[in-house]
Design a protein around this ligand. Structure first.
Ligand SMILES: N[C@@H](CCC(=O)N[C@@H](CS)C(=O)NCC(=O)O)C(=O)O
Length: 236
């Protein structure tokens, strides 16, 4: 029986949504606590995550208010570590297959997302780098997908790793929020979902329809937060 879980999270953060999706898939009971990233509580780094980032989990220990974390709970961080932790706590969740080959395929997909897609996305979004690098990364990810279904067939940690980033890419692009040239966003989102990216588009649609994704993504909030936080990127 898993112990008490407190998740320190923030709705804007794609890494934090990974942990939330994993917990939702596992149907885990947990206490969520929103961290305001622009005004982090002073206790957060010393008592929860020295890196001062979300997501983080306090596991076990006595029942305490989340803003008074107990030294007796174990503190864990890094989104992909937390996704695997949830998978280990809840092996029936299907987040990580019991089959060694499927587990390796899941991790290989995540590696591609981490080393190719996410850096290419941030370079385009935050620095206005070439869209060709984003398309190349998307093409690579698409090449890993099976003909239909999720990244390794059934829904897994691989899908959890990518979905929050695709969701925030959509928010950025359809609302033209980012450093890239104004007017390109909607075209790039369309391109990433149709034509030679039709398979990626169908995969994205499947991810966004997943209940664990829908219940952990507040599109209105993220859109407003992106507008506030990144609106002046182009003027810099
Ligand atoms: N590698 C970390 C990255 C987490 C991360 O960068 N989180 C951001 C928010 S999306 C954060 O908490 N940043 C600290 C801050 O904004 O001060 C993970 O996978 O969990």
């Amino acid at each position: 029986m898993p112990e008490r879980i407190t998740l320190y999270t923030a709705k804007i953060c794609p890494f934090a949504q990974r942990a939330e999706i994993a917990l939702a898939e596992a149907k885990a009971e947990f206490t969520p606590f929103q961290i305001d990233l622009s005004n982090k509580p002073e206790w957060y780094a010393p008592k929860v995550n020295p890196a001062s980032k979300v997501p983080a989990i306090a596991y076990g220990g006595p029942e305490v208010p989340p803003d008074q974390p107990s030294p007796e709970s174990v503190k864990l961080a890094e989104s992909l570590v937390l996704v695997e932790f949830v998978a280990d706590l809840f092996p029936d969740s299907g987040i990580l297959s019991a089959d060694p080959v499927t587990r390796a395929q899941t991790r290989f997909f995540i590696e591609g997302v981490s080393s190719k897609l996410i850096p290419a996305w941030y370079a385009y979004f935050l620095r206005g780098a070439s869209v060709d690098d984003l398309y190349a990364a998307a093409e690579y990810v698409q090449s890993l997908l099976p003909a239909e279904g999720f990244a390794v067939g059934t829904f897994s940690a691989a899908d959890i790793a990518i979905a929050p980033f695709l969701a925030r890419a959509r928010v950025s692009l359809v609302n033209e929020i980012g450093k890239y040239p104004e007017g390109d966003g909607k075209k790039v989102w369309e391109a990433l979902n149709t034509g030679k990216f039709a398979r990626l588009g169908k995969y994205t649609e499947d991810l966004f329809a997943r209940e664990s994704f829908k219940s952990t993504f507040d599109e209105d909030y993220v859109t407003k937060a992106f507008s506030a936080r990144f609106a002046d990127l182009r003027s810099k």
